[in-house]
Design a protein around this ligand. Sequence first.
Ligand SMILES: [Zn+2]
Length: 199
Amino acid sequence: MVDAFEYPRSPHVRRHGPDGYTTYESYRPWLRDEFCFRCVLCLHRERWPTTSEYEVDHLIPVSERQDLSCRYTNLLYVCRRCNNLKADLRIPDPCSIAYGNCLRVNDDGTIESLNEKGRVLVRTLRLDRADRVRQRRMIIEILIDAQETGNTRRLRDWLGFPEDLDNLRKLHPPTNHRLEGIGESWFSRRERCELPETY
Ligand SMILES: [Zn+2]
């Protein structure tokens, strides 16, 4: 089964390279595809009822580096809760280090820091707060139950892709350093019938 709370074992490698937009919100569909419709910090997914809005976060805050406000490599796709908690604080870049080496989520929803960077993430994003633990536990229990009872529809509901995938081919950033990434986007994969049922 897909482990919904297993952090990546290697740093994220960006496959898109849009550049030149004058508002950071313009990068949202690229980031959404890039980070696979989930908060890169807490792993909550768009399709889960436990989170509401998703936002574009500045890894290095604008208060420190205004010049990086519209730099794609400084932008992350995160849930509102994480964005509010991170605010102007600095956290490790998921494109530089593997969060999977820093954090481990147990089946009861608790989270462990595996090193100092993990402790920074937990402390900054309050990943060990009781409501966070409870939500993770609830989701894990739903997934385990769905797997044990062979409820594939429920698994697809909770682990599948959203219906509204962005067609990045229709977007025209002033420049794009990684045009080939469009062919690897989830929309393009669905067109080729290569979209997995779950992720
Ligand atoms: Zn989050």
